[in-house]
Design a protein around this ligand. Sequence first.
Ligand code: ZN
Length: 313
Amino acid sequence: MKRSRSFVIAVSLLIVAGVTATVVFFAAKTSEKRNGAEPVLGVQPASIQRSRAAVVQEVINRIEQHSGRFAQRIRQAFSLLEHPELADALALPFELWEINQHNPNRNYPEFLQRAKGNGFQQANVNYYAYDLSSSPGMAATFSPATRCMDVDRHFDPANALDWLVLYHETYHVAQDNNWRVQLDSQDQLDAYLAFHMMENPPEPRIIINYETTAYAYELECLNLLTRDELRQAVTVGRYNLERLRVILNARPDQQGMIEMLWLFALAYWPDGTRNNQHPPPFVRHVVEAYQARGYELYTTNQGRLIKIQPNEL
Ligand SMILES: [Zn+2]
């Protein structure tokens, strides 16, 4: 699939220039209502909300204390990149982590309390908030509608796979930023939020070109963590995945994710991303992975989200 060059450049400029923009977000979160059960309604004691905010703050502190070190580990390996021009794009999530450390409203439960049920806003288009994930074991998931990064309360800074998941999801923050700055009417913003906030859609949805880019760069970082071992292993078609787990210091229950990344890697190399284009076999593989899980596929096209059939890619 073709990636527009303007994407990376636009987001990079946005960050370098420190452009600020005000975007209104809504207090309601949909992800917590998708488990099929009716939420229990009632007045919740303020202390419960406060304790959730305290846990979120602990996770934020853990992430922010160690994110610079993880970024440095990747940056120091940029010299191993087969296509060095990828370095700027790969560093984008690291820049967002740094910028967001200045966001006074990055603790979502605390932010909600202050908003008192009204809409609220982030002061800078690069800012996002953190909340707790409702899927245990999933290090992070970004929700564009609320600009919220839902993180596992057990996020482990010593676990490089947790970082890679957070990295991938932060790429989605950059994509969301880029999308929002291109919106030029309230109707367009409403349509975008409705796409992400639609409750109980018949099928789960995914913006497939966002996923291919996020996975491509996740693989590049994964390869740098192995000192280019992963890419070289693809040429012979096998790799000791237990060794990969040990390099990442990942948990045994993350083995399934490691296997999935290895399958993506087999389709991604030997070509890798060049001239902002991902290898077609890799794109097909990502598409098939989402199709197999029942996802509807969308792609971004001139400010609109278009539903596509897999054979249109
Ligand atoms: Zn993703």
